[in-house]
Write a protein that binds this ligand. Structure first.
Ligand code: MV4
Length: 506
């Protein structure tokens, strides 16, 4: 595409994803507008965008979730389109419609297709009709508990209670026997009612030791839709993904073609356009079941970009402006292997307790095959109001072993000072036998508590003492070295020494 489709885009998000979208815009010659809450006055996305508009106080309900204020900011700056990123308003059908009504292009699917897939019962029905396999299950459950017991018997225990409006595991209950069902049914209903204002629940066969494998799809507004391969996202804790990779270690080219076709069928059934993700559960026996469609750009989109060479954010912008997909299914070639680690400001050794504070020092990894998508800088204070993800570390390798070796090397280079992060956890995971072998499932971390323990090697304390002594003596040494350099009138630059006293030499 020779000319840019929009002159100015507003990014209705913050953190690393706002930065990612700003980068795509600037590469396309599109001007950018950031929005920010009072907690984000000094945030990186505000510094990088060409313009920035304040939209309210720190709580997201008062800022990043305020449709009126975001549309006002678009009007005020003359932005023609809005990219919502992920989270916040990204899957809000009302926001997508409000944009259209305000004459602003929403960079994503239509409100109608968001609604067609947002409700699980409705999505299940849509997929059954389209011939996409779903987990054996029921329509919404009625009030007659005896009938529910009969329905559960027919599926066979264990069964899973799920909320139709659910997401992130809320309102979900595993039921192992008929005796447990009545009380768990009441719990699931209550949780769904209070979390979503909708107590509709249904039953599914509980798939044991499943993998979470999702397919990236891309559709334009002209009826074209392709898939861009899969991502394996099984390494997660309490529904928070921590590592993603593409391709999945268990997906063969034949299986990829099959689930790719299913994902395209699912997207077409929902009338989908833009980038989307079709989630599948893969049972230990290799069977795939449709789970849900995520109507947004996802956190883990970079691993797909690395193996396909396609810029998903750029393509979203082009397609939102009405362009046809710039590639066909035959054009999509997967090359090599990519892994992403979500680096979070939480301490995995203390039950992922948040580690707030100021980033005193920061040295992201660099070098061959390394991509760092961050939203912070040295001196930045992490606001307590939002998601604790600091950055995404993404690597590419010719194959999975090379990608793992690169990730180990990159994690070893990564320096963050002032807060605790998940870097040590990720580093241990990259050495874990089952991860290296690709033997993972969604319960992997609960089966490997050792990965979440702090380093207990007694040598570490001694090493710390030795390191501190060396640092002290170097400090003293450099102090006198600088003086003698200056006194002696040497023509060696003072600046050569100035760089050596910091904490970032190792
Ligand atoms: C399941 C399942 C097992 N069987 N459905 C969790 C959140 C929602 N997206 C779907 N989830 C699950 N649905 C059946 N029939 C296991 C999970 C599940 C899970 C899924 C994906 C990633 C992580 C998970 C962690 C625990 C449970």
């Amino acid at each position: 595409m020779a000319t840019s489709p929009f002159k100015k885009i507003l990014i209705a998000n913050r953190g690393e994803i706002a930065v990612r979208i700003i980068r795509a815009c600037h590469e396309m010659g599109i001007r950018t507008v950031a929005v920010y809450s009072d907690a984000d006055r000094d945030a990186l996305h505000v510094r990088m965008a060409m313009e920035a508009i304040r939209i309210g106080p720190p709580p997201s309900t008062e800022s990043y979730l305020r449709i009126d204020r975001i549309l006002d900011a678009a009007k005020q700056t003359g932005a023609e389109a809005i990219h919502p990123g992920y989270g916040f308003l990204s899957e809000n059908a009302g926001f997508a419609r409000a944009c259209v009504e305000a004459g602003v292009v929403f960079i994503g699917p239509t409100g109608d297709s968001m609604e067609a897939i947002g409700d699980k019962v409705r999505a299940r029905k849509l997929m059954i009709e389209a011939g996409v396999p779903v987990v054996p299950g029921t329509p919404p459950l009625g009030q007659d508990v005896d009938k529910v017991l009969a329905q559960a018997d027919e599926i066979g225990y264990p069964v899973l209670l799920k909320a139709s409006a659910g997401g992130g595991g809320k309102g979900m209950r595993v039921v192992n026997s008929a005796a447990d069902l009545p009380s768990l049914l009441a719990q699931a209903r209550g949780e769904a009612a209070s979390a979503f204002g909708d107590d509709t629940v249904f039953l599914e066969k509980y798939v044991l030791k499943p993998r979470h494998i999702e397919v990236q799809v891309f559709a334009d507004q002209h009826g074209n839709c392709v898939h861009l391969g899969e991502r394996e996202c099984s390494i997660q804790r309490r529904h928070q993904k921590l590592v993603e990779e593409s391709p999945s270690p268990v997906v063969t080219p034949e299986v990829r073609a099959t689930i790719g076709d299913l994902a395209v069928t699912a997207a077409k059934a929902a009338g989908y356009s833009s980038a989307g993700t079709v989630e599948f559960l893969r049972g230990a026996d290799g069977s795939f079941y449709f789970m849900e469609v995520n109507a947004r750009l996802q956190v883990e989109h970079p691993v797909t970009e690395m193996v396909t060479g396609i810029d998903l954010v750029r393509t979203m912008i082009e397609v939102a402006a009405g362009a046809k997909l710039p590639f066909t299914q035959d054009d999509i070639q997967l090359r090599g292997h990519s892994i992403e680690c979500r680096i979070i400001a939480e301490d995995p050794s203390r039950n992922f307790m948040p580690s707030p504070g100021t980033i005193r020092g920061l040295r992201p990894p660099q070098g061959p095959g390394v991509r760092y998508d961050g939203g912070t800088y040295p001196g930045y204070e992490i606001p307590i109001f939002y998601d604790p993800m600091l950055s995404k570390l993404i690597v590419w390798g010719a194959d999975r072993p090379q990608a793992i070796a690169r990730m180990r090397r990159a994690l070893d280079e990564y320096r963050v000072e002032g807060i605790r992060t998940s870097v040590p956890f990720h580093r241990k995971l990259m050495d874990s036998k089952d991860f290296v072998a690709g033997n993972i499932h969604t319960g992997y971390l609960s089966e490997h508590p050792e990965l979440l323990k702090p380093n207990t090697d007694p040598w570490l304390e001694e090493i710390a003492v030795i390191a501190a002594s060396i640092a002290h003596f170097r400090e003293v040494e450099q102090h006198s070295a600088r003086k003698s350099v200056m006194k002696g009138g040497s023509d060696r630059s003072y600046w050569k020494w100035a760089d050596r006293g910091g904490a970032w030499r190792s």
